[in-house]
Write a protein that binds this ligand. Sequence first.
Ligand SMILES: Nc1nc2c(ncn2[C@@H]2O[C@H](COP(=O)(O)O[C@H]3[C@@H](O)[C@H](n4cnc5c(=O)[nH]c(N)nc54)O[C@@H]3COP(=O)(O)O)[C@@H](O)[C@H]2O)c(=O)[nH]1
Length: 805
Amino acid sequence: MNPRIMIVEDERIVALDLKHSLEFLGYQAVGVHASGEDAIAHIPTQQPDLVLMDINLGPGMDGTEAALVINAEHKVPIVFLTAYAEEKTLSRAERSMPYGYLLKPYELRELDATLRMALARRQAELEVEHAEERLRLAMDAAALGVWEWDPQSDDFQWQGHLEGILGGRPRFLRGEQDAFLDFIHEEDRPAVAAQLAENDVVSSTVRMRQPDGSLGWIELYAKRYAEHDRTRVIGVVRDVTERHRNEERLRQANVVFQTTGEGVLITDPQHRVIATNPAFSLLTGYAAEDIYGFDPDNFLHARRHSDHFYPRLLETRQGYWHGEVTCLRRDGTPFPAWEHVCAVRDERGELRNFIITFSDISEIRQAEEQINHLAYHDALTGLGNRHQLAARLDTELERAQLSRQPVAVMFIDLDGFKLVNDTLGHAAGDILLQTVARRIKGSLRRTDIAIRLGGDEFVVIVPDARRLEDYAALAEKLLEAVREVIELRDERLSISASIGIAVFPDNGTDSQTLLKSADNAMYDAKMRGRNRVAFYSPDMAERAHERMAMEQGLMQALKTDALHLHYQPVISLADGKLVGVEALLRWHHPELGQVPPARFIPVAEESGLIDRIGAWVLRQACRQALAWQQAGHPPLRMAVNVSVRQLAQDHLVENVAAVLAETGLAPECLELEITETAIQSIEHSRERLRQLKALGVMLAIDDFGTGFSSLSLLKHLPIDRIKIDRSFVMGLPDDGNDAAITQAIIALAQNLKMALTAEGIESPEQLTFLQRQGVEDAQGYLFSRPQPPQALESLLHTRQWQSMQ
Ligand SMILES: Nc1nc2c(ncn2[C@@H]2O[C@H](COP(=O)(O)O[C@H]3[C@@H](O)[C@H](n4cnc5c(=O)[nH]c(N)nc54)O[C@@H]3COP(=O)(O)O)[C@@H](O)[C@H]2O)c(=O)[nH]1
């Protein structure tokens, strides 16, 4: 294309001539204008490559002024064409940086040469401008800051993003190297300064203070250029804070990946493993190479989450799942794991990876199991505890309600456990409880539930439907199992139990009522002599009413002196002599008549009235013993019964001492009869017996043979006498069992050097048998029934039982 030339000339003829010359030379004359203003106005539309400008243009702007505007605003090169060349005109023209200055008249080849040179220069300038523009845009795109430092003058020039990167503070704009270095972190600054000063090339990543005070990172590249006698350093700066932070995060993530205790698997979108961490190998036993390319569902997960697990994962908005799974180690052993699965997407939302992290939670599960076990089991015996009882019984009752089937609850209480604990120590007590628990458990079916409520109380739930006879048979089996001899270190002892049974729904429809009923039944079994089973029955409630009425009556009797004592003689079997009496309480009720002690003593015990009644009996008996002495009869042994509750009283010893002191009876004349079961069931009974013994009184075990009769326990107690229970004497001499037991008791007493009294002798045969076995003393209807004191006068005088004279 021909170069486009605009002509600015106020003389029309000259302008036309010039136009023709230009066209002759092959240029395109795009406009001819007579004034500077007109020329400026047409530049945008005519778009000349060059303006040929006359300097003197008549009125208005002259050529140099118009050239200044064209140069500044349109960057079109100007060539002046004038007849003037004086200094003043030349310096005005110079200011607009013209590309040529032609003096009229000129020759055509001069015009052509000037125009071609001007256009060539413009072309070169345009190329430089484009190159600069490209560089500027490239710097902008790369967010680079470019700087140049002249060490001689300390002049510091910059371009691009440098101010944006460094925050562009005013001091920096002063253009000194030190001001530039100020932006660099003080610890990195000396190294950068030294590099700038000494090296030809600088390349480092350094920290800098960002305008908000936070720490940023820049990459700094520079090179020293020495040209002739001039040296300069030119460099670029780039803000790499974000990249550095990302790298730091990556480094941290890598450390986490390598060192975390959680196993990590990274898969591609098709679930093929592409990376694992060391913890994964530790947890599973797989080396990384073993599983690259495999789907974790095919080697790690014991059960597939489901075939749709991963697709579903992709559908979830967060692309995240966590939960418990069972994983498999390389050797095939399973372990519970807590697993997180996370989908990783790129910036376009494309799925790139799945990250699976998991931890072995076996220990947590074990601890939970242990805690659960502790919460629901008795630590000593391993049986269920009260919490389990509450939970299981409720469940079983709900089930039974639906199936309309019965459920039995058995309440088991050991007889005399406290004595074992007191006498042989808690360690022995613990072994006993563990043994009993084992035996209970061993006697049950898998579906039955054994609970230790605490102390020596156990509960058995029998959930499957059985007949009452079956429940009774099971309870008997339990009694038998408990009763078997237990080896406690050097001791061998046997302990019995009392069992109460209540059955859903007849004896209670909720757990509390059922337990209460079973407890009542157990109490009934105890009352009826222990070592037995009792089913709950509604008349237990009736008996409770009767007990209340009797309690009222007893209170009244205490006030109205309706209580009195009878005395039953004790005879020496060696010579028939009267050696003592047993004081036995009698109550004449105004309506009921004579009430047997077997009925009212338990009521007095339960209500606590026995404290006052017992104290009254003791005082009354001691007074009577002394009264007989004062009447001239030689001292007799006065036996007084002491009940369970009395024995449990802390002040029993004080009471006995006070009565002895008050009445003046010699302590050795008083014999306290304590039942074997009372000794067994009271805590610290051994200590209590010691204190009583220390008063000087005699101690006898009443009803011997009906409790657990443990030789090992007996030898630890300060007992003077054993009274063979009437129930054994009754079958003598013909009943083999009774004879054997009686003989065993006699042998035991002789071994332990204890005196013996046989009670309940009713026949001469019994007497003969016992005499032959060497029993010292005896009492029973054969000699005399218990009688009021006056009725004993003749016997007291003779002191001899007639038949044995
Ligand atoms: N804590 C207290 N208990 C007492 C007191 N008084 C009596 N009791 C206890 O009551 C139970 C029944 O006593 P009881 O009805 O008086 O019967 C006694 C005797 O009458 C009876 N006995 C005596 N010999 C015979 C006989 O040959 N045959 C026969 N069928 N019964 C006979 O035995 C009872 C005496 O027993 P024991 O006390 O075991 O020696 C009874 O347990 C009394 O202990 C009291 O004041 N306090």
